[in-house]
Write a protein that binds this ligand. Sequence first.
Ligand code: HSE
Length: 437
Amino acid sequence: MKPVKVGLLGLGTVGGGTVSVLQRNAEEIQRRAGRGIEIAIAAARDLDKERPFDSSKIELTTDPQAVVSHPEVEVVIELIGGTDTARELVMQAIANDKHVVTANKALIAKHGNEIFAAAQKQGVMVAFEAAVAGGIPIIKAIREGLAGNRIEWLAGIINGTGNFILTEMRDKGRDFADVLAEAQKLGYAEADPTFDVEGIDAAHKLTILASIAFGIPLQFDACYTEGISHITPEDVEYAEELGYRIKHLGVSRRTDSGVELRVHPTLIPYRRLIANVDGVMNAVLVKGDAVGPTLYYGAGAGADPTASAVVADVVDVVRVLTADPENRVPHLAFQPDQLSDLPVLPMADIETAYYLRLEASDKPGVLADVTRILADLDISIEALLQKEPAEEAASVPVIILTHRIREGRMNDAISRIEALATIQGKVTRIRLEALDA
Ligand code: HSE
């Protein structure tokens, strides 16, 4: 059989990795796919750049249109990132009857519903394994491996850059900006690194995971997003004293009234495996009713790990090129007409436990006032820690861990605590998840 010709949009970190992996493992990939895979054409911004792979047999162009309309190309691999041009090119590729493989999480999270509908109509596939958690085959695991389960919740460290920063800061006391610069140099960070540190990249990925786990349309705008920039070294230290690590987590849970969809720093018991996932590594915990908790771990960013997922998608597409479109794995795991209208819950309706840090005047009755507020709102305290005051400080840090409670109730408690004359400044709130079975 003749090799399948693919066209590449983008020859950056992941594009370069994809060419390298396809060339390096060509023989094994062909034995798996049943046909050879040949990169016929690739669009890049700079054609003169030196590349760490053999480009002699690839037609290089600066014109992405030449890729999406190439008559012999059957699969377009989109690796340019961003949502505007990428969306246009992907829609054009679909209209031209090309299958699409993309690593673009922002594109799928924001425009996936439209893209999948167009692909469904045209009878082509859009594969996006590399969009979530880099090299970890998490999309395939949830969509296919766990297809017999009712998924109850999932929680993941799904931004390598953020995890790398938190780890280096904690272990080596390195400066935030310095670690971020290194992540950029290593090709981990997004073009706009605020996407990494403010949780937007993780929110894109969580939106996709929730969709395939619960069979709901992609709803990126409904995802609550909080970054890591306000976490202080003291919070990290107090959390450790209480037996917790702070990780930047994406959490999605199915409840009777809707789906929780939230990205925020989270205390996790340090004895959980996921609390020990460090550096650029990602991990996703998925709890299915039949299988119980399962954990998926691996490199969440970088050229070769992401290329591993891209190439796996190309192999998948090549294997089913001739299959009847009705018999393919649905894009969002559930049949397109079987998506549920279960709403994404407003943040006030989610339920979790909390770490609170307050600066309290060192006088009698202050803690009693705070605990009375919590008791009046039926918020149960799990642990309480009062630290030594810093030298000459008029206040002492008090750390409170609570049991699970609705976020709206906690908002109320925090407002009342902040209104006390004996409490200085804002209360720091970090959510806490036990992540037990
Ligand atoms: N910027 C992303 C990360 C790249 O650091 O995880 C992989 O999606």
